[in-house]
Ligand binder design. Structure first.
Ligand SMILES: C[S@@+](CC[C@H](N)C(=O)[O-])C[C@H]1O[C@@H](n2cnc3c(N)ncnc32)[C@H](O)[C@@H]1O
Length: 369
């Protein structure tokens, strides 16, 4: 079987994490990393084992075709229809099945986006391509221009015009990859699961480690940590009973302990936690409560207190300001990545106790010397 060509799409800023996750499957090579997408090809071909599960992806697609972007005039849409007439639907159906996707097309629904000024809109693009696909597959076409959601069973297609390339994609699964079966209970400010997965991967977890989320909300970070590396001990605190209920419901039978606790005074021993994962309540959607209200420095102080000497924290912050507290407490930001997430620009920050470690080694050397 020849290698299938795929495209995974993600939150802006997670492209390096997604590229790394793809390479870590050891069954794919990366072709390109672009704006919110990574092009890759699978290197195996044995059937059911080829199922693609990428936790940092918003969506995973098979590449139907990729060509130079078309011009800005409505008459240029004919070129997209022509390309679509040449799509090898049988090959796509075969590859989708081999990668764990549904067998039939059911119906066609397509979502288009473009950059730059054009005399056509997204619905014109969708109709130009979607109608050809439906006719060729012998199934109904569902137009999005009327705002109705597509009936179940339709295959999801995506067309992007980014100013350089025009790309047509077929979704691998029945639904977008960012949806999680576990996430049935939610709260305001809950984290987008692919971002939580990227944070868990950045933490470089090891089985047996103690992982803490001091403001766990609906439990997304702890649950993603479990799916990233099973066998860690997962502990979450939150002041809000509704958040704790949501976390327990989402975690179900997973080994996640959720307790009432104030992240400004945690019932956790000094230096006892290997990894902290958290998006603290500094955002627009959730206010800090309890001892954190008006005192964000207490959150940083508790982080520094509970983290073990070789510990690491991966946190999502709305701005860089709090990092001053981290540095003052001996926590070094060793990696900072800006994301673009539903209109906000948070920072994904990895912190280590490096300075303190170097300092203590230096002190030991002084003492020995
Ligand atoms: C941004 S949300 C976390 C979302 C979570 N990561 C998720 O995926 O659902 C912040 C959480 O901090 C909690 N919180 C606010 N003040 C707190 C405090 N002093 N101690 C513990 N939790 C607190 C809120 O109840 C809220 O659930």
């Amino acid at each position: 079987m020849t290698a299938a060509r795929l495209v995974a799409r993600c939150v802006r800023g997670l492209e390096p994490a997604l590229g790394t996750e793809i390479l870590r499957t050891r069954s794919a090579t990366v072709d390109w990393i672009g704006h919110r997408e990574v092009g890759f090809r699978t290197t195996t071909g044995s059937g059911a084992d080829d199922e693609v599960r990428l936790r940092t992806a918003d969506d995973v697609f098979l590449l139907a075709w990729r060509r130079d972007d078309i011009g800005p005039h409505k008459s240029d849409l004919a070129a997209l229809a022509d390309m679509t007439r040449a799509v090898d639907l049988k090959r796509l159906a075969r590859e989708r099945r081999a990668h764990g996707g549904p067998v039939r097309f059911g119906g066609i629904e397509i979502s288009a986006s473009f950059l730059g000024r054009r005399t056509y809109n997204r619905y014109d693009i969708e109709d130009a391509v979607g109608r050809v696909l439906a006719e060729r597959a012998g199934v109904p076409y569902h137009a999005r221009r009327h705002g109705e959601p597509p009936p179940p069973g339709h295959s999801g297609w995506r067309l992007t015009l980014d100013g350089t390339h025009a790309t047509l994609l077929l979704r691998l699964g029945r639904r977008p990859a960012h949806r999680r079966d576990y996430k049935n209970a939610t709260i305001a400010g809950t984290l987008h699961p692919p971002v939580a997965a990227a944070m868990a991967q950045a933490a470089e977890l090891l089985p047996g480690q103690r992982v803490l989320d001091p403001c766990c909300g609906a439990g997304t970070l702890l649950i993603e940590a479990h799916h990233t590396v099973p066998g860690t001990t997962l502990l979450g605190f939150d002041l809000d009973p509704a958040a704790r209920r949501a976390a327990r419901q989402n975690a179900g039978p997973l080994p996640v302990t959720v307790e009432r606790g104030d992240a400004g005074a945690l019932p956790v021993a000094d230096r006892s936690i290997d990894r902290v994962l958290c998006n603290p309540p500094w955002g627009e959607q959730v206010d800090a409560g309890g001892r954190l209200a008006g005192h964000p420095e207490r959150w940083w102080h508790e982080l520094a207190r509970v983290l073990a000497d070789e510990g690491r924290a991966v946190v999502l912050l709305p701005e860089a300001r709090g990092l001053g507290h981290a540095l003052a407490l001996g926590l070094t930001p060793v990696h900072v990545q800006q994301l673009s997430l539903f209109g906000s620009r948070p920072l994904l920050v990895r912190l280590e106790r490096q300075r303190a470690r170097r300092g203590s080694r230096a002190r030991r050397e002084v003492e020995v010397g």
